[in-house]
Design a protein around this ligand. Structure first.
Ligand SMILES: [Zn+2]
Length: 150
């Protein structure tokens, strides 16, 4: 039985988006109560009846959370342009080695706006680029679309 777990966290931080025109509101210094959802997926342990202990997600995220909470994100190495998209990918990079079942990071800066990151797709052969058509297996396109929806 395959399952997905999600655990939500929150951090408070300030940022500005330096590459936007000066007239854009996000170019000005401002803050958010960011919400982070961390999703793991994989086979449910038949004996324990769970995928992982939720506490292990919290423990893995804590050192990452400390780098984000009550910070000026633009000062955090790797977050010089701290959009929600880049924050999600940054969190993924930090967590994936500690949470191999990591499936998705969602970063919401408001109740109605969030960015989702699910890692970079690695194609057969280990490349991040779409293989040439002659090398694709029959049904490959369907598998690609299914993985995007999942
Ligand atoms: Zn913002």
């Amino acid at each position: 039985m395959n399952v997905e777990l999600r655990k939500s966290f929150q951090f408070e931080a300030a940022h500005l988006l330096p590459h936007l025109p000066k007239s854009h509101k996000c170019r000005r210094l401002h803050g958010h109560s960011f919400k982070v959802d961390i999703a793991l997926s994989g086979p449910c342990n038949p004996k324990l009846g769970w995928l992982v202990d939720y506490a292990s997600i919290s423990a893995a995220f804590e050192p990452v959370w400390k780098k984000l909470d009550h910070r000026y994100l633009n000062d955090v190495p790797g977050l010089e342009n701290p959009t929600s998209e880049i924050i999600a990918a940054w969190i993924w990079k930090k967590l994936k080695p500690r949470l191999p079942l990591l499936a998705e990071i969602a970063v919401a800066e408001t109740c109605t706006a969030r960015a989702i990151y699910r890692g970079e797709r690695v194609y057969p052969g280990g490349s991040h680029k779409l293989p040439p058509a002659r090398l694709r297996r029959p049904g490959w396109d369907f598998a690609e679309k299914a993985s995007r929806v999942a």
